[in-house]
Design a binder for this molecule. Sequence first.
Ligand code: SOE
Length: 402
Amino acid sequence: MAQPQASDGDRTGKPPLRIGMVGYAFMGAAHSQGWRTAGRVFDLPMSPDMAVICGRDADAVRAAADRHGWAETETDWRALVERDDVDLVDVCTPGDSHAEIALAALAAGKHVLCEKPLANTVAEAEAMARAAEEAQARGQLAMVGFNYRRVPATALARRMVAEGRIGALRHVRVVYLQDWLVDPQFPLTWRLRREQAGSGSLGDLGAHIVDLAQYLAGERLAGVSALTETFVRERPLPTAAGAGLAAVSAAGTGQVTVDDAALFTGRFASGALASFEATRYATGRKNALRIELNGERGSLAFDLERLNELSYHDGTEPGTHAGFRRILVTEPDHPYLEGWWPPGHGLGYEHTFVHQARDLVHAVAEGRGPDPSFADGLQVQRVLAAVEESAGKNSVYTPIAA
Ligand code: SOE
């Protein structure tokens, strides 16, 4: 691939990485924040250039471009992926278009960042992973956006597990709890339709915790056993796009075609046991992702709602003064912290997207495989499919006699 030169307008003197982003809702805004900030905080080898943002509604995408700092707009993603002045396509659309856009972008010679879950089906994810592998041989990278790997505390937990600080893993316990569907009058948005979202809490939240559990454990799940449930099967239809997430129309109701909650257990290749819960019905819980790992020498625990902290129990310490202690993950030698504020001045959700942009720019500039790759996204997709298969069969769900 031709190496782009530093553009006239780029004051850093570094070669630009020209981004074209498709989608401008929640994830589009979060990714924009990442692209805008990464080069201002970290000394990157290339300069992210927010070249073009794409969405179907010309006025809305123009407004999003102005709000988030994109230079130009497109209303057709096909035109965007063909543009010569775009090096990387960032896919922030609902799952039903991930495969089509990412495959076209790879075929057009672009690097790709794709939001999670990678696709809506294993077949789509397989095609994407295959195309990404072929593209990598041509110097193109494809990364899936599991941003919770990029919280400094989770990255530190990964480092500590790899260093052997908790020893052989026995348990991984992980939940991802939200409550935005508790109200049965909440409208039937795209996230509740299988044809658009692929699955419900499972793909939206479960994908995150499967990836995070495997990433922290440093190994993959070998099998799962699952239960899923859809508590509210019919919901009011939403108004046209732009009228607000919770706005319902007078047009009646429609069927919810995804899971509201997914519970599953799993076994890692090493024999460690894992439990997972993903739900949008945990009343009072807004974005509670909690993970605990127990090893034979110690334990680690993380809570996204206290994301500057990591709890660590060193099981080798004498019992008299052993116990969980809080590591404040804000030191300059903690992962990602070298560019940020002095110790104690914490980070938040948005910074995970800055770190994601940082890591991807490095991968592109240094020509190394992106982490997590599309192959990693495919493997998570296989876990999600196994959960659905297990829940569908009720294979290990043994009813209790009345
Ligand atoms: C909605 O449930 C959502 O925005 C997810 O789609 C994101 O991936 C997660 O980070 C926050 O919650």
